[in-house]
Ligand binder design. Structure first.
Ligand SMILES: *Cc1c(COP(=O)(O)O)cnc(C)c1O
Length: 224
């Protein structure tokens, strides 16, 4: 049985290993530990091992466990990686440091309003519906340039693009496509983040330019 600290070290080593042939620096890749469904006792060993960046997919669940954990470790950075309903925008802006699921005008409006009210600008990744799947969230590829303009006009800090490739298929072409889209629309500097890659494919994602990988199962074990 391996513990969380060992798994964390292994994943960090894997990221460093694939950075080499990709001529990238491991410091340019943020490992987001996806702690959804896991409670504080499972999360604490990772904090003790030095992990500070965590991801959750539900606002309510995160509200239940993170304020207390953060009190002890104010340097923790919290990322919302799951779909967000507009009526939860205020709560999301209050709790999270990054939002990865900005994908539609109605949510953009709600987030801009929430940020104005809170006096706090939360950087957002625009989620792209990279596999053109009807049931999935994400901005359609054809609408991306116009949507990015709307994000800028609303004064929402843009962190980059995010995607969840179709399940049960090779992810690499979708990661490459997300990187190409970011280049095509001219994202650069702090706006050129690429949030892509999960437990099964984070190494591939890093080789293809991911700046943020979202890893749950490989760190915490299977979700109950
Ligand atoms: C749950 C989740 C992850 C992590 O998935 P694992 O396969 O457990 O690593 C990454 N991204 C999103 C959006 C998720 O909902």
């Amino acid at each position: 049985m391996t513990n969380a600290a060992t798994r964390l070290a292994e994943i960090r080593a894997n990221i460093a290993r694939v950075c080499k042939p990709a001529r990238r620096s491991p410091e340019d890749v943020t490992l987001i530990a996806v702690s959804k469904t896991h409670e504080a006792p499972a999360i604490q060993p990772l904090i003790d091992a030095g992990q500070r960046v965590f991801g959750e997919n539900r606002v309510q669940e995160a509200q239940g466990k993170w304020p207390a954990l953060r009190e002890a470790h104010p340097d923790i950075e919290l990322h919302l990686i799951g779909q967000l309903q507009s009526n939860k925008a205020e709560e999301a802006v209050a709790l999270f440091d990054y939002i990865h699921s900005l994908d539609r005008p109605s949510l953009l409006t709600a987030l801009a309003k929430a940020m104005d009210k809170a006096g706090r600008r939360v950087p957002c990744f625009v989620q792209v519906n990279i596999g053109d799947e009807a049931q999935k969230g994400g901005c359609p590829i054809a609408e991306l340039p116009a949507f990015l303009e709307q994000v800028r006009a609303a004064d929402i800090p843009l962190a980059g693009l995010m995607c969840i490739p179709p399940a049960e298929t090779e992810a690499a072409p979708f990661f490459a496509l997300l990187a190409k889209l970011a280049a095509d629309v001219g994202l650069s500097g702090g706006e050129a983040g690429l949030s892509m890659g999960m437990s099964g494919d984070y190494e591939t994602a890093v080789m293809l330019g991911a700046t943020h990988v979202r890893v749950g199962t490989a760190l915490f074990g299977a979700r109950g």
